[in-house]
Each structure stands twice: as structure tokens, then as C-alpha cells.
Design a protein around this ligand. Structure first.
Ligand code: CUV
Length: 630
């Protein structure tokens, strides 16, 4: 077993040790039991799409089985498996957006969900060509929601938001025939074309993959971000704290974990309700302490400043503290193991979504029609569980760090404007950011995003890369669990400017921002996509020209594969710190890491060593600068 985390993470060691004493099993125990990962799966050369197999191809070229029973080669099998990963990832993000559109459709002035950002709704309405003159804002919202929902299944046309891309991208996607159509259709296309006896041509399978990924990046996820801002408010910079030290000794601790903001938003309101707070006090607690994890954590952090308990990898550790009254989950990135783990403690593991019923969990189905009422029911369950906390089993780590979070594009552009730009005509443009990059004050920009993965030391790759970037005057934007790793390490505070190079430090000081900007959850990677696009448009170039890179140093989920694919297809180089299951096909691997550059102007680079990966990112940025002549 690696137990790499123990070397790096001060918190993990004592809590994993505690778990042993408590008789609780963790991912580290299962990692040992697993012995090693499946070598065929690891290389992507196991095919189980029909029942003539499963066929496992030989990992050695020219020796052993080189084709499946049907004749599929390693190139075909690897490409098909990769495509299906992207289809699943696109589905998860886009279904998240679909839920939000349904919520938008039921907003009302006196309901649980209302319109918080009218200006954003009106601008989306304009984009969707919805009549707004003299109409009630909720009528407009409902029509916008209906049009948004049509993006999932419309029989004709392409995703509306691709018009937001640079002209160069739009032209290229059209020429290549990869303009994304309806979101659901692109997933179905992959499932159909990768069925036994359909597509075997590697490059055409990859083209389908691109379409699904683009329907996520320029469709589902982008809709998710916009609609979330409309209903819950566009984030503005705010202060918070992060890490397991945010759990409180004498309060009812409730952890919201998962992805969708609909439930967690209501839990925030429920836990602030005076009657509910009084109930907590009547039950011997000083109050209610709500904390977040994973992308649900990012949502409530950005929008309400709710403190962050930690990353994906810390979900078990949070329970092992023995101080959690409830873990409330919705969808995605939730360990099924939380059910048995919470049985070792008094913690209630509460599942809420019909899309993610968890065996062994208490199930309280969330229904948007009765949103606040259900949220209150859940919070009440947690409060009533406070008396069951075994004080002898509590170990709350001290570690926590301050952070500034909530940088939407408006916040970044607005912030830079205030200080750098005195020309009123250009307020609200990306000019200051573009100017800093062109002048070399900033060498470039990097998005560092994605998950944790026990294959690498916890948070180490995220932090190594982020620190290398800022040291070299590359401004960093973060989302997902990478953002949370940065928050825990104190990199999201203004003081982190001391770790930055001279240029970036000066920008931080003049604008009053940290060198690493928290831009939200995984669906909010579209904020990064739009920021890059706006800079490209401002400079009159296409995205691949810019000294901008993306990295997923510890990625593990299928969503990450979809995100990586839409970024590369959008012209942004993507650097991966864990190896995708494609190495069984030398041709497909070469296509991802070299061939794509000729097609999309960007490619994947893979290296498990974060120092080397960071260097490759910096080299690429400098290469782009040289090509640009700056
Ligand atoms: Ni959606 S997908 S582990 S929570 S970033 Fe975190 Fe982010 Fe990966 Fe999951």
C-alpha cells in the first residue's frame, strides 16, 4: 500500500490511526486489500461491451491476443472505453444542470427558490431570444428554463452556447463536424457507436467523444453555472475557512457533501432558522455548524461562505473525527463506504437523491416542491442525534486555514478594473488581465482543477503545481477539490502573494487579490473556459495562441475526463497527473498527447511527477509566449 498520504498530510495520519482503534475500515485498508489495480483495465484493453468476452488483449504488442473475439484492436477498445468515460462524465454534469433548470422552472416570488440575479437572467433571456419587455421576471425565468431544457433533447441544431466561443473555434468545430448537438443525443451517440459491431475507427470514435465533451463544456456545465448563479446569486469574493479544524466541539456538526446546490442551499437556510437553532440549544449544543465537502461544499462556500471541511479524499476522515451528527449527500463523488463507516460512530448518513440511493443510508428524498421543509427535517434529525455523540471517540484536528473565495468572472474583471483600469470606456472588460499577460507582468494563467486520487500523495500534486505556477508569475484559478486543497493550504489568502513571483505579487497587491483564485465547483470550469475565451476575443486571437494551460493533477472521476476533453477541444492544453486508461494503445495515446495538437491546437500531457508536470506547464506557457512574439 502507498499510504503516501500519511507522509504528506498531517491530519490523515492520526485519524487513520484512530479509525484502526475504532475498528473502522478506510480507503487505505481497501487499497491494501486490492493488492494491485487490474493491469488490463489500467491500460484500457479490457473490453466487456458484449458477452462473447470479456476480451482482454495482451499488453505486449505482437505477443498474445492482439484482437478481441470480434476483431476489435487495442486502438478500438481503448478509444471506445475512453469515449464511454466521457459520456458518463458529460451525463453527470449535464444532469446536474437539468435539475437546476427544473428548479428554475419552479421559481416563484413566494416559493423556496427565487431569482437572485435578475441581470444574469435577463442577459440569458436575450441570448435565448426570449421576449423580456414588460414581462414578469418569473415568466421570463420559466420560459428560459424551458428553452434550456430543450438543449438536452432538441432534434435539430447545435448547442446555443457555442456562439460564445471564439470565431476560430466555431469555424474549426464546424469544419471537423464536431459541433455538439443536443446534450443527451451526444451521449446516446457514444453509447450507440461503441456498441458491439459499430465504430471501430479510433479517430471517428474520438470525434464523437469531443462532441459529447463539448456538449458538456459549452452546454450542460455552462447552463449549470449560469442557472445556479441566477437562482442562488453570482458569487462575489468573500472570506471563509477550510479543513477539518472547522468542525466544532460543542455544536451540532452537519456536513453537506456531493454536488447539486438545490438541497445544500436549503440546508443553509434551515440551519439558520431561529426555531431550529433554538432546538439545537435545547438539545445541549451551542448551535449548528454547517460545513461542506466536494463540489456541494464549493457551492455553499462560494455563495454563503459556509466553511469547508475538506476534499473528496477527506470524506471518510470527517466521519472518523466522531464529531459529525450527519453527513447529508446528494449526488456524485460519495463513497458507498460512508454507510458502514458511519455505523462505527453515531453519525447519520443521509442520502437524499433518487439518482444516488445509498445502501445502508437513511433515505430522506429531497423534493424541490417542499425543499425548505425537507431541509428542516434533515437538520432536525442531526440535532436530535447530538446527544448520541460519544465524547471519548471525538478527535477534531486543529488544522484550518483562512481563504478568500468566490471569484466569478465579474468579480475578477471588476476587481482588476477598479485598480488597473482608469479608462471608463473599457470598464468591465478583460483588458487589464490581457494587458498584464501581454506585458509579461504575468507570464500566463493556469487552471488547476479536479479530484484527489490515492494513487498520488493527497493534495501534494495540486499544491506543488500551484506553488510552482505562482512562483513563476503564472496566475492560478482553481475549482473542485484542487480549490479545496489550495484553501486548506492557505493559498487562497491574500498573504499567499509572498509565494508569488514579482509580477504576480504586484498584481495581487494592486488589486487586493490572492495569487490563486477560487472559481467554484467542477461545473464552474466553464467560468474558466469563458474567461480564457474573453481574453482571446479581446486580443483578436483563437484560444490555442494564449499562454494558458489547464491541469488536473490528481483527477479520478469520469467527469474529469469529459472536462479535459472539452478544454483540449477548446484549444487549451491539459496536463494530467494520473494516467488515463489508454496506454494499451500506443496509437491512441500518441493521438491524445501529440496528434490532437494538429487538429485542435492543444493536447494532453501526462506525468505523475508533479514537479515535472509543473515544468512542462511552464515550458508550454513560454513556448506560447515566444510564438506570440511577447
Ligand atoms: Ni465535482 S469530481 S472529486 S467533487 S473535483 Fe472533487 Fe468536484 Fe473530482 Fe468530485
Amino acid at each position: 500500500m502507498s499510504h503516501e498520504a500519511l507522509k504528506f498530510d498531517k491530519i490523515a495520519g492520526p485519524l487513520i490511526e484512530k479509525a484502526k482503534q475504532d475498528g473502522a475500515e478506510t480507503m487505505w485498508d481497501r487499497d491494501v486489500a486490492m493488492k494491485s489495480r487490474c493491469g488490463f483495465g489500467d491500460k484500457g484493453i479490457c473490453c466487456k461491451i458484449c458477452n462473447m468476452g470479456p476480451c482482454r488483449l495482451s499488453p505486449v504488442e505482437g505477443k498474445g491476443a492482439q484482437r478481441g473475439i470480434c476483431g476489435a484492436t487495442a486502438d478500438t477498445i481503448v478509444a471506445r472505453n475512453f469515449a464511454r468515460m466521457v459520456a458518463a462524465g458529460s451525463s453527470a454534469h449535464s444532469d446536474h444542470a437539468r435539475s437546476l433548470l427544473h428548479t428554475l422552472h419552479m421559481t416563484s416570488p413566494d416559493g423556496d427558490y427565487q431569482i437572485k440575479d435578475e441581470a444574469k437572467l435577463l442577459s440569458l433571456a436575450k441570448e435565448y431570444e426570449v421576449e423580456t419587455e414588460g414581462r414578469d421576471i418569473y415568466d421570463i425565468a420559466h420560459e428560459v428554463a424551458e428553452i434550456g431544457l430543450m438543449e438536452f433533447g432538441k432534434p435539430f441544431g447545435t448547442q446555443r452556447f457555442i456562439k460564445r466561443a471564439t470565431e476560430g473555434r466555431q469555424k474549426l468545430w464546424k469544419e471537423l463536424g464536431v459541433e455538439p448537438r443536443a446534450i443527451d443525443r451526444e451521449v446516446v451517440s457514444i453509447m450507440h457507436s461503441t456498441h458491439i459491431g459499430c465504430a471501430s475507427d479510433m479517430e471517428s470514435i474520438y470525434a464523437l467523444t469531443v462532441k459529447s465533451a463539448l456538449s458538456n463544456g459549452w452546454g450542460g456545465s455552462m447552463i449549470g453555472t449560469d442557472v445556479s448563479d441566477i437562482i442562488f446569486g453570482t458569487p462575489t469574493a468573500r472570506q471563509s475557512e477550510a479543513n477539518l479544524g472547522c468542525l466544532e466541539e460543542n455544536m451540532v456538526n452537519i456536513l453537506v457533501h456531493g454536488h447539486e446546490p438545490g438541497l445544500s442551499e436549503m440546508i443553509v437556510f434551515a440551519s439558520q432558522d431561529p426555531e431550529i437553532v433554538q432546538l439545537a440549544k435545547d438539545n445541549g449544543a451551542e448551535g449548528i455548524n454547517l460545513v461542506g465537502m466536494c463540489c456541494t461544499g464549493n457551492e455553499v462556500l462560494m455563495k454563503h461562505g459556509v466553511r469547508l471541511a475538506g476534499t473528496f479524499y477527506q470524506q471518510e476522515l470527517a466521519v472518523i473525527t466522531g464529531a459529525l451528527e450527519a453527513v447529508v449527500v446528494d449526488v456524485q463523488c460519495i463513497f458507498p463506504a460512508l454507510a458502514t463507516l458511519s455505523e462505527c460512530y453515531h453519525t447519520k448518513f443521509i442520502a437524499t437523491s433518487p439518482k444516488a440511493k445509498m445502501e445502508g443510508a437513511r433515505y430522506i428524498e429531497f423534493d424541490e416542491e417542499r425543499a425548505l421543509e425537507i431541509a428542516k427535517e434533515i437538520v432536525t434529525e442531526a440535532i436530535l442525534n447530538y446527544k448520541n455523540r460519544d465524547r471519548n471517540k471525538v478527535l477534531i484536528p486543529q488544522e484550518k486555514n483562512k481563504s478568500t473565495v468566490g471569484f466569478s468572472i465579474n468579480t475578477i474583471v471588476g476587481g482588476l478594473d477598479k485598480v488597473v483600469n482608469s479608462n471608463v470606456d473599457q470598464l468591465g472588460t478583460v483588458k487589464p488581465l490581457a494587458d498584464c499577460i501581454m506585458a509579461g507582468v504575468l507570464r500566463g494563467a493556469a487552471g488547476v482543477v479536479g479530484c484527489n486520487n490515492p494513487k498520488v500523495a493527497h493534495d501534494n500534486s495540486h499544491l506543488t503545481i500551484i506553488k510552482e505556477m505562482i512562483k513563476n508569475d503564472v496566475i492560478v484559478v482553481v475549482t473542485g477539490c484542487a480549490a479545496q486543497a489550495a484553501a486548506k493550504a492557505g493559498l487562497l489568502q491574500y498573504e499567499a502573494k509572498e509565494l508569488a513571483g514579482r509580477g504576480l505579487k504586484e498584481v495581487c497587491e494592486r488589486v487586493g487579490i490572492p495569487p490563486v483564485l477560487h472559481m467554484g465547483s467542477c461545473v464552474d470550469n466553464t467560468r474558466i473556459l469563458r474567461l480564457v475565451t474573453e481574453v482571446a476575443k479581446y486580443l483578436g486571437v483563437d484560444t490555442p495562441v494564449l499562454p494558458v494551460v489547464g491541469a488536473a493533477p490528481e483527477w479520478m472521476s469520469e467527469k474529469a475526463v469529459s472536462i479535459g476533453t472539452y478544454f483540449v477541444s477548446s484549444g487549451v492544453d491539459v496536463f494530467l497527473g494520473t494516467v488515463p486508461p489508454v496506454t494499451g494503445s500506443a496509437r491512441f495515446t500518441d493521438y491524445l498527447t501529440n496528434g490532437l495538437e494538429d487538429v485542435y491546437g492543444a493536447k494532453f500531457t501526462v506525468n505523475e511527477d508533479p514537479v515535472q508536470l509543473a515544468q512542462a506547464m511552464l515550458d508550454r506557457i513560454e513556448e506560447k509566449r515566444t510564438r506570440l512574439g511577447i
